[in-house]
Design a binder for this molecule. Structure first.
Ligand code: GTP
Ligand code: MG
Length: 335
């Protein structure tokens, strides 16, 4: 029986054969296996790919211990467990302020120092934004001298990429472009342009929404460099920040929230006040039914109608399951 593999499979397989990095090769092998149609004609291929995967896992961990005696790298760092309303990674050239920003906006305590290559591992922290918590991940720098390939797995999984450029350096745009190009080379495209998710993901490309934080904005010459960055990257929202300026750090928080493209919906039980502590997080365009589904499958099934409070509605306006919710709406479900 013929295998009938999609054309994207052959393209990814070609890249798989050329790939030198073991962690990335493993990721590709897993993707190839997922892409294979599951029928008799692919039995042998599936078995071969599974064997390759298990060999690559062994190579990667060296039987559980990395070369040099450290712990297995893949287990340690190519994935950060999700927490909160969204997962955001901060990446960029060395010494731009990534760790300082995570330190200032979360309870995490990453190392901060006045020299490049300070950060050696990923550090997640939770940032409060109004009523929600967003996960920020501090990372080691990306430059021609250093690139930790386990970052690829982390970046592929996040909801938003936050590029940090340092306005204290003349070549901040060149160093930033290096990061963007390096990821592109590894099939991660940092862009907010619309794309066809299915067509792209089939060939293993990851398109990641991105914002650009131009940090250290009070340094000499920063203003001109900020203007240059804004002109060079019209596709990214650009926010100028400084650790010394609270208003700019508030703008950072808001830019992250806006970049995540989520809405917060508060629930209210009949005869009670609304619960403002724990909103339901949904994508724009989500309906009352989607919000109910978020609470419980049964609940959505039994839902008769809802009452809504929010901008542009009559207080307690009665709406159907198909009603599209907005950020900040309060919903009272009736079953
Ligand atoms: N002038 C100025 N310096 C800052 C600002 N934020 C951080 N720094 C300093 O910049 C230096 C580097 O900060 P880090 O947060 O360690 O930078 P990083 O990007 O994490 O560095 P690596 O981990 O080496 O990539 C430290 O000396 C910080 O104190 C800022 O807003 N303005
Ligand atoms: Mg750092």
């Amino acid at each position: 029986m013929p295998a009938n593999l999609p054309p994207q499979y052959y393209e990814l397989e070609r890249q798989f054969r050329a790939e030198k990095d073991t962690a990335e090769k493993l990721r590709m092998a897993q993707e190839l296996l997922a892409m294979m149609p599951k029928h008799k004609g692919t039995d042998k291929l599936q078995a071969e790919m599974k064997a390759k995967i298990s060999q690559l896992k062994k190579d990667l961990t060296g039987g559980g211990v990395k070369k040099g005696g450290g712990p297995a790298r893949l287990e340690q760092a190519d994935h950060v467990e999700r927490e909160g309303a969204g997962q955001v990674v901060l990446i960029g050239p060395p010494n731009t302020g990534k760790s300082s920003i995570v330190e200032a906006t979360t309870h995490a305590k990453p190392l901060v120092a006045d020299f490049p290559y300070t950060t050696r591992e990923v550090t997640p922290g939770m940032m409060q934004y109004e009523t929600i918590r967003i996960q920020l991940i501090d990372t080691p720098p990306i430059s021609p001298e250093q690139f930790e390939t386990y970052l690829l797995g982390i970046i592929r999984n996040v909801d938003l990429v936050c590029l940090i450029a340092g306005l204290d350096e003349d070549d901040c745009d060149g160093k930033l472009q290096y990061v963007i190009d390096k990821l592109k080379e590894r099939r991660i495209i940092l862009t907010n342009q619309p794309h066809d998710p299915e067509a792209m993901e089939n060939v293993g490309l990851a398109f990641k929404p991105t914002i650009l934080i131009a940090h250290k904005m009070f340094e000499e010459g920063a203003e001109a460099r900020l203007a240059k960055l804004k002109a060079a990257y019209p596709d990214y929202p650009v926010v100028g920040t400084s650790i010394l300026d609270d208003a700019s750090m508030d703008a950072f928080r808001k830019a992250i929230f806006d970049g995540l493209h989520i809405i917060r919906v508060f629930t209210k039980q009949i005869g009670h006040e609304a619960d403002f502590d724990d909103p339901i997080i949904l994508k724009p365009g989500a309906t009352v039914e989607a919000a109910a589904l978020h609470l419980h499958k049964d609940f959505a099934f039994k839902l008769q109608f809802a009452k809504i409070w929010g901008e542009g509605k009559f207080p307690g306006q009665r709406v159907q399951k198909t009603f599209v919710l907005s950020d900040g709406d309060i919903v009272e479900f009736h079953i």
